[in-house]
Design a binder for this molecule. Structure first.
Ligand SMILES: [Zn+2]
Length: 379
């Protein structure tokens, strides 16, 4: 097995996982023109792997002729329900159906893990995707035993936004000497993203806990003093009692993952570039006017990238005591567009052409060489 040296597995968070077909829709809603085939190609080139492959299992049915609401007819029912009906005729054959994944809560996949029905595509060789079967009932269980569904985490849209701009280039430059290096640098970038998302999951947890503590404290205050705390009183309570615990916790998390604040700032900037406002080609003047008219809570709830910025800000506040709004982060506007990956970036000097990622610099240099060779041939 040709294992990549980077972390290619999206950190697991059951609550964030959705069926591949929903994920395609989610990506389309958020500005990516992709379909199922795009995801398969990203998988084939080992750029973005499905988070999980889940076998759907087989459900057994019986076919009976019975009275249903006063009407005699053939129907498929669960064997457990056989005595619930007055059965006129019973088909002796067994019938089978492909199980379905219904997302119920944040532990919806425990059953599949417990029954060994889960595989990790990132740990396997790439394989061609099987067409899903959709007909209803089969007379043999083995015919449908191997049916599976891919699950993606919604946040993998960020990985796709990293890899997708290079996909065409990679497909068209099969013999390019730099191709392997470009693929490796994209894999490295996505591995970094996954490292970030691992700590981001912790940020979400700590934020949830923080909100809970805040509410508890508020109730305590009201019970002790018999009135709602004023803003100043509340601020003091909060600074003395709640903040220190969370400051400590935030630092511990950072140490646990051996990461720096800068790492978090970098990814926050990346995420802000992937928001609707920063992916749009309008001028900064127009974007500012747009954002100005909204309040920060509204902005945070508008799209997932904004919500992520809100959570990251809350975490950074514990680390730095500097309060930042989602608005402020989003309006750190970016002025130039990279010709390779098409992302917006803040240039460090006026000669900078690409966004500066290794993959883009290399791809741009190769294209430049090629066009020079072409010109040489013509003249
Ligand atoms: Zn670029």
């Amino acid at each position: 097995m040709e294992a990549t040296e980077f972390k290619t597995q999206m950190p697991l968070n059951q609550g964030g996982l959705i069926h591949m077909s929903f994920f395609v829709g989610y990506c389309q809603d958020n500005g990516l023109k992709i379909d199922k085939n795009t995801l398969e190609e990203l998988h084939k080139h080992k750029l973005v792997f499905p988070a999980l492959k889940v076998y759907l299992g087989v459900v057994e049915f019986k076919r009976v002729y019975a009275s249903f609401n006063g009407l005699n007819e053939w129907r498929y029912i669960h064997p457990k329900d056989l005595d619930k009906f007055k059965i006129i005729k019973l088909d002796r054959k067994n019938y089978y159906c492909i199980g379905s994944l219904g997302k119920l809560n944040d532990h919806w996949l425990d059953y599949y893990f417990d029954n060994n029905m889960v595989e990790w595509p990132s740990q396997q060789k790439s394989f061609a995707w099987k067409q899903r079967q959709f007909s209803d009932f089969y007379t043999s269980a083995s015919a449908i035993k191997k049916q599976y569904e891919f699950l993606y985490d919604k946040k993998q849209i960020l990985a796709i936004k990293i890899a997708l701009p290079y996909l065409i280039w990679i497909k068209e430059h099969k013999n390019d000497i730099d191709r392997k290096k470009i693929i490796a640098s994209i894999q490295k970038r996505i591995a970094d993203l996954y490292k970030f998302l691992e700590i981001y999951h912790e940020m979400e947890k700590i934020h949830k806990l923080f909100e809970k503590k805040k509410r508890e404290k508020y109730t305590q205050y009201r019970e002790a003093y018999g009135h709602k705390p004023s803003k100043i009183e509340w601020g003091q309570e909060y600074d003395f009692d709640i903040s220190p615990i969370f400051k400590e916790r935030a630092k511990k998390i950072l140490d646990k993952y051996k990461l720096t604040k800068e790492f978090i700032y970098d990814w926050r900037e990346f995420i802000s570039k992937k928001s609707l406002i920063n992916e749009s080609a309008r001028s900064n003047k127009i974007k500012t006017a747009y954002i100005k008219s909204l309040n920060d809570n509204d902005i945070a709830s508008l799209e997932d990238t904004h919500y992520m910025i809100y959570i990251i800000n809350a975490f950074l506040y514990f680390l730095t005591e500097k309060e930042e709004t989602v608005k402020q982060v989003l309006t750190g506007f970016i002025n130039k567009t990279c010709p390779i990956c098409k992302s917006n970036f803040k240039p460090r000097n006026k000669w900078q052409i690409t966004c500066g990622s290794i993959a883009c610099v290399k791809a741009h240099r190769n294209d430049l060489k090629r066009s020079k060779r072409k010109i040489a041939k013509i003249s």
